[in-house]
Design a protein around this ligand. Structure first.
Ligand code: C2E
Ligand code: CA
Ligand code: CA
Length: 326
């Protein structure tokens, strides 16, 4: 079919898993006049809109380029696990009163010989969309827990590993059992594991999330609300779900020194966490003044470049675990 007339917008709209709809727009005659070609272009624009999390996207010369890049990333990611290209880095969690490193956050890294280091922000959403996150998430759980089992024995105080969890993982009916089995396998107490979840996870399937969180906590596993303060309705999550830990997003900590409003917001978030008996962690602490501020406000833990950047297991062990691990 040919499209005639002066100007025509073809918009494809898809309601995805995310809360917003995504719209892809192709325009006739600029992007073509054949109906089939316009539909393909609007569809390509919609894919880009979905992956950006934006409400709409116009087809343009970069759309096809972006799509090609994405599919290249996707096909290489398929092999990443088998080719041992994935690894974990660990970033220290510091108890602000005692100055002790009481745990670590496990952060995924992907090094591909052709693409180089691909940041997690680029490939995790892709893995979430094509379902690979289940296998990748299992790799993260296995690797982080087996590593933690060694460190747990070597330190004299409690030690916890914080692991980021994606929505698809928690919606998997076998997730609970799988995590419990891994704790048994590596002989770790459930209290040594904290699962970090973000708003995206809580927006979908509220009842499944509530049920799984409750069951995980009954086992003794801690649940942390990541990136607190950045979502649409972070406060309502505190009302609906039961958490053990609140992680203040980096964006509040970043401008603590120059921005009075951010100082007041950070103080308020810490106070809310305390009132609700939650452990509070400040993320993205980079300077001595930021560290002093959160300390003064009685924040419990700090995480950020000021205490240590994410590093390999070997570096982490050398720097923070003083006894030899077996
Ligand atoms: P996140 O969970 O908020 O992790 C913290 C991010 O902040 C990490 O980025 C870390 O490297 C960075 N960071 C820590 N301290 C500082 C600081 O002082 N300054 C600055 N500028 N940045 C700091 P990274 O490693 O690039 O990870 C990005 C995101 O990817 C994570 O954000 C998390 O949402 C996701 N992610 C990482 N690993 C996993 C994983 O195993 N599974 C899942 N589902 N998501 C993961
Ligand atoms: Ca996190
Ligand atoms: Ca975070």
């Amino acid at each position: 079919m040919m499209i005639s007339g002066k100007r025509l917008f073809l918009a494809l709209v898809k309601k995805c898993n995310q809360p917003l709809s995504s719209m892809g727009i192709a325009q006739a005659p600029n992007d073509g006049i054949e109906a089939i070609s316009l539909i393909q272009k609007a569809s390509a624009a919609m894919t880009i809109s979905k992956s950006n999390g934006s409400s709409h996207s116009f087809f343009n010369q970069h759309t096809q380029q972006n799509l090609n890049l994405r599919s290249q990333l996707e096909s290489r990611l398929m092999d990443a696990l088998n080719k041992n290209e994935l690894s974990l880095h660990y970033q220290p969690l510091v108890h602000l009163k005692t100055q002790r490193v009481v745990g670590a956050e496990a952060l995924l890294r992907w090094h591909n010989p052709v693409l180089g280091n691909v940041p997690p922000d680029k490939f995790i959403s892709l893995a979430e969309r094509n379902g690979q996150i289940i296998d990748i998430g299992n790799f993260v759980l296995h690797t982080a827990l087996s590593q933690t089992a060694k460190w747990y024995k070597a330190v004299e105080h409690d030690f916890k590993i914080a692991i980021n969890i994606s929505p698809l993982q928690i919606r998997n009916p076998r997730f609970l059992e799988h995590v419990a089995d891994l704790l048994k396998l590596y002989q770790l107490p459930a209290t040594a594991l904290e699962l970090e979840i973000t708003e995206g996870l809580l927006l979908q399937d509220e009842h499944i999330a509530q049920f799984t969180i409750q069951k995980l906590q009954q086992l003794g596993i801690k649940i942390s609300l990541d990136d607190f303060g950045t979502g649409y309705s972070s406060l309502s999550y505190l009302q609906k779900y039961s958490f053990n830990t609140l992680k203040i997003d980096r964006c509040f900590i970043k401008k603590l020194e120059e921005n009075k409003q951010d100082r007041e917001l950070t103080k308020t978030i810490i106070a809310i966490g305390k009132k609700l008996n939650l452990e509070v962690i400040a993320e993205g602490v980079e300077t001595v003044n930021q560290d002093a501020f959160i300390r003064k406000e009685c924040c419990d833990l700090g995480q950020g470049y000021f205490y240590g950047k994410p590093m390999t297991a070997e570096q982490f062990e050398r720097t923070f675990i003083h006894k030899k691990c077996t």
